[in-house]
Design a protein around this ligand. Structure first.
Ligand SMILES: Cc1ncc(COP(=O)(O)O)c(C=O)c1O
Length: 424
């Protein structure tokens, strides 16, 4: 980034995101360009957000038309795009009659809403919420209480009380923790920020059965995994509705990221009339949530995912990437985990690494130098969350470049700059 923009950024914005890697100016499809005219293949998509890439005509047209018609009205009034979007989300999730949708503006806000639903479920007697170790549910106070990472939590304590984090994937621990005081279990079907970690086979179906037996809600956070990212509309569908599963549904589903393909929107789906009745008139609200402009962006996104057959495309390109990475036979790649186009690449620790320069961060900088945007989700792990429209050819270009990126990362003496934590 040019030094004058870097200085202006540092002087004008809070430093919570560290030093930005580049200043980006425009995008088209899966490509973006920085202010110095350099082109990048965007394999992060604004952290799993730009489902249709950049400047997709379907979203541009829908938002432009809606802005020219009616962009915002407050929730004192209804609009047709908002109603159509709620109906569409209910249909895609398979939620029965009596279910409902609440719109907000982000993933954290969707999870705040789910937290309040959990508080209302069972009243003061059910004052406990279970979450999982490794969980990431957002940075606002309620969402942070559900998030596991102590370095994110501790500076802001006291957080809303009653949340216990259970060992990841441990059904015995879940069975032991569930009791008549448990209001809800909150989990991600695939933990994104923990390095693309899917729940073990059978865990979600068992959690569904156990939460129901104990009268607790099952809240599934699909903020990162929802809207086609894993090759299904929702990741829970493969885990709860696959051939050996019960065909069941969670009680609450939270969404954001890919839903608006870049237009900020979050959503909460409440399944069935009982859960949908927990938040009543006046008990929750938002100024912007579900405004017609955001709803139009989301409707266009869902329509395009359907029309372009992107769920099957995600599965095909995901397989091409994992096969391609395996075919490299590069021993610096120690593991690959893929849930559709949410992919983690574990890198072998590098003995030559300078202190404070984890291998994944150096690989991110080396990738940028070679024209690829990827993310260091952990010190030794790269994450890819590209647009769902990424072509197999574009993906192959990255796979072919990865050995040279890792070579360059091995040579880099210093990291790009202080970048504490993840930008989520
Ligand atoms: C699973 C999950 N939940 C919630 C959030 C928070 O979403 P937002 O950053 O839109 O508040 C994220 C963001 O990374 C996420 O991955």
């Amino acid at each position: 980034m040019s030094s004058s923009l870097q200085d202006r950024y540092a002087n004008a914005l809070l430093g919570v995101f560290g030093t930005p890697q580049r200043v980006l100016e425009r995008g088209k499809g899966a490509h973006v360009w920085d202010t110095e005219g350099r082109e990048y293949l965007d394999l992060l998509a604004g952290i799993a957000v730009n489902a249709l890439g950049h400047a997709h005509p379907a979203v541009v047209d829908a938002v432009s038309r809606q802005w020219n018609t009616l962009a915002h009205v407050s929730n004192f009034f209804a609009t047709e795009p908002q109603i159509r979007l709620a109906e569409k989300l209910l249909a895609l999730s398979g939620a029965p009659a009596g279910s409902g949708v609440y719109f907000g503006n982000s993933g954290a806000e969707a999870n705040e809403t789910a937290f309040k639903i959990a508080r209302r479920h069972g009243g003061p007697q059910r004052d406990r919420i279970l979450a999982l170790e490794g969980a990431f549910h957002g940075r606002t106070m309620g969402a942070l209480a559900l998030t596991a990472k102590t370095t994110y939590r501790e500076p802001f304590e006291p957080l809303p009380s009653g949340v216990t984090h259970l060992p990841f994937g441990d059904l015995a621990a879940l069975e032991e923790a569930l009791d008549e005081r448990t209001a809800a279990l909150v989990l991600e079907p695939v933990q994104g920020e923990a390095g693309v970690r899917p729940l073990p086979e059978g865990y979600l179906a068992a959690a569904r059965r156990l939460t129901r037996e104990h009268g607790a809600l099952l809240i599934v956070d699909e903020v990162q995994t929802g809207i086609g990212r894993t090759g299904e509309w929702f990741a829970f569908q493969r885990q709860l509705q696959g051939p050996d599963a019960s065909g069941d549904l969670p009680d609450v589903i939270t969404l954001a990221k890919g839903l608006g393909a870049g237009y900020p929107i979050g959503a909460v789906i409440t399944v069935g009339a009982a859960v949908s009745g927990l938040l009543t008139a006046g008990s929750h609200g938002t100024t912007f949530g579900g405004n017609p402009a955001a709803a139009a962006a989301a409707l266009a996104t869902l329509q395009e995912i359907e029309d372009a057959g992107l769920l099957a495309h995600v599965r095909t390109v995901s397989e091409a990437i994992t096969d391609g990475l395996a075919a490299l036979g590069d021993e610096r790649i120690t593991a690959v985990r893929a849930a559709g186009l949410l992919i983690a690449i574990d890198l072998a620790p590098d003995e030559t690494a300078a202190p404070g320069a984890p291998v994944a961060k150096r690989a991110v900088e080396a990738a940028l130098e070679q024209g690829f945007i990827v993310n260091a989700v952990a010190p030794g792990t790269l994450r890819l969350a590209p647009p769902l429209i990424l072509t197999a050819e574009e993906a192959a270009g990255f796979v072919a470049a990865l050995p040279a990126i890792l070579d360059a990362a091995g040579q880099a003496a210093t990291p790009a700059g202080p970048r504490e934590g993840e930008q989520s």
